[in-house]
Design a protein around this ligand. Sequence first.
Ligand code: CDP
Ligand code: MG
Length: 740
Amino acid sequence: AKIRILSNKKAAKLRNFDSPKKRRVKMPWVDVEDSPRSKRKQGKRPSLNGLHKTPNRFSAPNGPSSPSKSNGSVDGPTKPGKSSSLQEQRRALPIALGREKLIAKIRQNDVIVLLGETGSGKTTQVPQYILESGIAGTRMVAVTQPRRVAATSLAARVAAEQNVKVGAAVGYSVRFDERSGPDTRIKYLTDGMIVRELLSDPLLSRYSVIIVDEAHERTLRTDLLLASLKGIQKYRSQPSDAKGKGRASLLNPLKIVVMSATLDAEKFSKFFDNAPIEYIQGRQHPVQIFHSAESQSDYLAAALRVFFQVHTDQGPGDVLIFLPGQDDIESLEKSIRLYANKLPHKSMEVVICPMYAAQAAGQNSKVFNAAPPNTRKCILATNIAETSITIPGVKYVIDTGKCKEKQYLARETGGGFDTLLTKDITKSSANQRAGRAGREGSGVCFRLYTEAAYNNMAVSADPEIRRCSLTSSVLQLKCLGQDFQELDFMDKPDYDSVVSAYKSLWLFGALNNSKELTPTGRQMAAFPLDPCYARIVLASKEYNCAPEIVEIVSVLSASSKLFVDVSDQRDSAAELRRKFRHPTGDHLTILGVVKAYQEIALAENKAGRREWCRKHFLNERALLEARDIRDQLKQTCARFGISFDEGVRADNNNDDAVLKALAHGLVQNSALLQPDGVTYKQTMGHTTVKIHPSSALSDRKHPAIIFNELVYTNQVYARGVSSIPKSFFLSIPTLNQRHS
Ligand code: CDP
Ligand code: MG
């Protein structure tokens, strides 16, 4: 199970792809083997995951030998045949060989760190082993995931392996969507959801084992969870006669399994007082890596070209293309469709499977099915396919070298807001991505960047806690009676970000002048929303406009965008959208769209609704998701006596109230028109911004604006903008205090 970088002269001579338009495009490749620099360093070339270098301490019970004898013989994707049952597939996973030893280790230790390469069976098998061996007792096993689509699709897989329905013995819980019940024993949740569960159950008493999966990603929520788990574990393992609340004694000790696909296990082990590290011997086949000879200015065009190069020249095997985000995925999907239709009839058919974090549950099941005969699956994925989801059948990987990363600009924005920036990936990601081609047989990875660019990449990413807004975490910890600075984190957060989080919460009225949690703060934390949106919902009670605000906030919290990107048909779309356009800007425009859709929904059938959305360049998925979110938010609202009796008003007499409520949450996202009449200066930051061209407001001047987010391109743009009278800021109590 060692990674070799093959020299394959035939593959090195990849023909330049002739696009169906007969335009000759050059896509020269350098085989890494042919480049003198790499030859020199070949011995030191980082392995695809480095796992083979680590001692094989986790192995078959009868000896330390490598478990995978079948390696060499496999060439080309080997899909589990129809005859092989799910149970056979389970037994064939690398992790299965060490099952008994692993169970014993978990039984003996309160914390273990489990390291194994992607696809070895950690996420799907470990929870089942724990359950089947009785370690879990009568309580539940939680498995945390950084992304919702991973949580939902893995729950579906494990439910199938256990031969139960999702929501029965195996369930999941992600924001705005829960499938679990009284019988649930294994629950896949996003790291955000388990942090939320802490608020109502601070000792996580429903669980006996918490599996912190994908720990190497170091998301803010995972770090927060790890820090909290340390304290919870200590409390729950107090002897039953210990003084205290007496509640701990009723609970069995909590077990923690930290799982990771990369080599940073030591750090986790240290954090948990030198917890033992277990390694799973993986099966990795050789992957041949090609770098682009020149840097590519347009990674989408390059990916398109290389895909068809592979598709027309290479043998069977599915293609996995790594892209930064949903937008790119959707646009590449369109282009591939377009060109694939123009290929000669005898070519293999292309089945495109998009895969990104925001996808709804169940939307991606075809990605796991084997491609039908004479078709090639083309999977367009974000870095979700790097380690959290293994897709069978992949032989070719095309890596754009880009990802989207949350970035917090505390100083620039003056507020607690994250932006998603498209960035270069790290070496660790690049190696993981390449590794995805060698899961089932030898594979090929095409990197759309030069070898020099690879060498310049950072080794691994900064943990999120050092680059994300901490506002919601500070608030959640406050609700648990803890202060962010006092918690023992693996990496200390940036001082500026902590200060900025406290400032935001104070401006929202969630903390008082002595940094104590207020009733408003506690209510805000109860909403599964970004704190600024939670504040807006609470303000809507005061201004009597909850039905309108909840509709708007639901659309803003949905994972898909409401307005379809229409860069190629901007004029006709603008024309059609004009009728929804509200003079005060984007927030009330959204409300107008929702109202119109609700009317259509009453009058039309499913096909009619879909057609209406298509005609108006609206994303129906966003509207449907928003409807579900709204129904959930209503339940939380009911707990705080926020009334929906009147419903959304048909006349627009409530517009001022809606804008006032919005101003409460977007107080830090506000700006005033500058004398130049074009730019706006932030009221609480130092940045000068322009209104984004996509906004309903972009063509006129407005004395004061509030906005949802800032977008950084060559310019700083405010997106999701409404115009408000300056006087509205005066209705916000903390602002008055600040200025008086
Ligand atoms: O967590 P780890 O990366 O170690 O592996 P896993 O997610 O447990 O996946 C083990 C195996 O299950 C892989 O071969 C996947 O392809 C397969 N799997 C699947 O076929 N369908 C799913 N929905 C999830 C996993
Ligand atoms: Mg996994």
